[in-house]
Design a protein around this ligand. Structure first.
Ligand code: F6R
Ligand code: MG
Ligand code: MG
Length: 380
């Protein structure tokens, strides 16, 4: 058996009940069934099915490495079957994120989002899985910079010897499909120069600079608008973080979300709203199709499989992940997010409530400009 494990989270919106709100339980069940088939066939070693808003998130462990054809194919089949369920019930936007009829070996570029990391398991491997709805990958840049670069957030950067060595960041230019690896703390200001532009740059991966840890975090950065050749939806990205022992502690990963940053997405993928931290069960968009949501759940990876809080009523001992944003401690952040979102809504269709013209998922601008072509005069 390989001494390295791969953790993959592959996610897609393939239809929902109540508009773009929540996948039907039978769609989730269908995904569970397909992944159980994959487990029996030895394609994967374990799975966990969850969701945020209208997105189904498939968590997998296996030893096949990143971008594996069989693993991606299994999730593609699961999403296809869930789409069939959604279509049979005439649910909304059934199959939305499956952009092709023929699977070509990898879900990347085909619509679903994927975050995958391969590592050698430590003595204990606590992981935090962030799942966002109604927003885009660069939304993670601010909280990740706080957790991995800011000693006023992560005291570990100052007092934990291995965290103190710093981190390497892979930053992608999502518009031009380019990437660069940069280092903290030495290049901190240069990193922020790029990442401050959330319309173009996003963090893809973070590694520890300490010799014995490896990968620390990974974000799904497939931009659906580019994959589809046109804008068909914000990515609703996931971010996987390994935690503790030389990496940011769970608390240092979560703290940034106490500030509900304004992130892009929300209604029609075209607005800024306050990022609302919530439990998975509370992740249905309810205010102006949002506001943008963020969930954080934890499972350990133990001997190549997931370890959570087991459900004693389930025959298989189905995993139950720890749901961090469930508790009342996060009520203040939720209320701040709603307050910020109401403030933004007061601007109606004016910037900065709506995104810049290049980023709008919906627009009538070209048609209106075309109509006005003859009437538009040069200024004196
Ligand atoms: C945002 C989202 C929704 C829809 C909106 C309009 O990611 O999913 O806000 O954009 O409900 O949807 P359509 O165009 O399907 O009527
Ligand atoms: Mg949807
Ligand atoms: Mg969504």
């Amino acid at each position: 058996m390989s001494d390295r494990v791969t953790v993959s989270v592959i996610k897609a919106d393939v239809g929902s009940v109540g508009g773009h709100a929540r996948p039907h339980p039978l769609m989730m069940k269908k995904c569970e069934e397909r992944l159980a088939d994959g487990l029996r066939a030895g394609t994967i070693d374990d799975y966990y099915v969850t969701r945020v808003g209208d997105d189904i998130n498939l968590f997998l462990t296996h030893t096949r490495g990143e971008n594996n054809r069989d693993v991606h194919g299994l999730t593609w089949e699961a999403f296809m079957d869930a789409t069939k369920v959604a279509k049979s019930m005439k649910l909304y936007a059934a199959g939305q994120d499956l952009l092709t009829d023929a699977f070509s070996g990898n879900v990347r570029g085909a619509g679903p989002g994927a975050a995958e990391m391969e590592f050698k398991e430590r003595g204990a491997e606590p992981m935090v899985f962030f799942m966002a709805d109604k927003t885009e990958p660069s939304s993670y840049s601010l909280p990740l910079c706080r957790s991995y670069m800011d000693p006023f957030t992560t005291t570990g950067l100052v007092i934990d010897p291995r965290a103190h060595e710093g981190f390497k960041f892979e930053i992608v230019d999502v518009c031009d499909s380019k990437k660069v690896v940069m280092s903290t703390p030495d290049e901190t200001y240069d990193i922020l120069t790029l990442l401050g532009d959330t319309t173009r740059y996003a963090i893809k991966k973070i590694w520890s600079k300490s010799s014995d840890i490896g990968i620390a975090a990974v974000v799904s950065t497939e931009k659906l608008n580019i994959a589809a050749g046109k804008y068909v939806g914000k990515d609703d990205p996931v971010c996987i973080c390994r935690a503790q022992s030389g990496l940011p502690a769970v608390g240092e990963l979560l703290q940034p979300y106490m500030f509900p940053a304004l992130v892009s997405g929300w209604m029609r993928g075209s607005h800024y709203g306050g990022w609302y931290p919530c439990a998975v069960d509370d992740s249905d968009p309810v205010f102006f199709d949002g506001p943008p949501r963020i969930c954080a759940v934890s499972l350990h990876v133990s001997n190549g499989v997931f370890q959570g809080l087991e459900d004693p009523t389930s025959p298989r001992g189905t995993h139950v992940a720890l749901d961090y944003f469930k508790g009342s401690c996060w009520d203040k952040a939720r209320s701040d997010a709603v307050k910020a979102s109401i403030y933004m809504r007061r601007h109606g269709p004016f910037m900065p409530a709506v995104l810049g013209p290049e980023e709008m998922e919906y627009t009538t601008r070209p048609a209106v400009l075309k109509k006005l072509k003859e009437r538009m005069e040069k200024l004196e």
